[in-house]
Design a protein around this ligand. Sequence first.
Ligand SMILES: Nc1nc(=O)c2c([nH]1)NC[C@@H]1CN(c3ccc(C(=O)N[C@@H](CCC(=O)O)C(=O)O)cc3)C=[N+]21
Length: 293
Amino acid sequence: MQILDGKQTSSTIQDEIAAEVAAIRSAGGKIPHLAAILVGNNPASEAYVRNKVKDCERVGFGSSLFRFDETISEEALLDKIREVNENAEIDGLIVQLPLPAHISAEKVTETLAPEKDVDGFHPVNVGRMAKNLPAYLPATPYGILELLKRYPIETSGKHCVVLGRSHIVGSPMSILMARNDNPGNCTVTLCHSRTKDLKAQTLQADILIAALGIPEFVKADMVKEGAVVIDVGITRVEDASKKSGFALRGDVAYDEVAPRCSWITPVPGGVGPMTRAALLLNTLDAAKRSFYP
Ligand SMILES: Nc1nc(=O)c2c([nH]1)NC[C@@H]1CN(c3ccc(C(=O)N[C@@H](CCC(=O)O)C(=O)O)cc3)C=[N+]21
């Protein structure tokens, strides 16, 4: 069993991005600038957004963080997004999810200009992705593709089983693994809460991508010997022995599953850091006007 080291790989990608930013700087080009909107004070969201600002500093991007109380009205939030759309300094914006119940995430997503939608959540980017046109890819699937690409893993002709049909991970992941590209060219099965005899499906997987958000759901008897296992889960569970008071759990029962795998991502240090690296790659493309010239 070998580890797909997301932490190391994301660090390599950050170095590559930093070199490109230095080149942009010498050429007098636009320095990439990522903005984030954080509504409320969910501790997990706070931590992710803090990390994103740190990542920007490390690669030489500019960054802005706009914080709002959870009582902000939907209209006020949409106005802020319209303001960002008009701000030429800001290349990309993410609105950290989840949002309070009185705010429509769909309205927020559709108000942001597609060319600044570095999360890849706008219908225009989703549609372009599905048609294999140049577009921002959602950060978690994009990060997983980069991770697979940078290890000696053949995906062509393999059976990929995706667990979870969310619009931010499972659904786009299934599209991207099926497309004619590398990584890609898989036969894909997308499983969800209504799937019957899930184990019969997962046992077919050469590549198993778990993105259902249920801690340690995938057990050893669900995994084929020699499979590549990608664990997208990151649930916080209380753990008094940790300084932070919590531990992170993946969707895979790592200790029992890992010995069966050819490759596996750890949690933490797997998909999470790759998600952040992918967001930086999208922001670089935003500043370069790669997809919306
Ligand atoms: N608009 C939006 N875009 C997102 O991309 C988005 C979002 N909202 N809401 C929440 C989820 C979750 N997410 C993570 C990113 C990095 C780590 C990450 O870096 N995890 C580290 C550990 C970090 C820690 O210790 O807390 C790791 O797995 O090693 C985790 C989770 C992005 N999300």
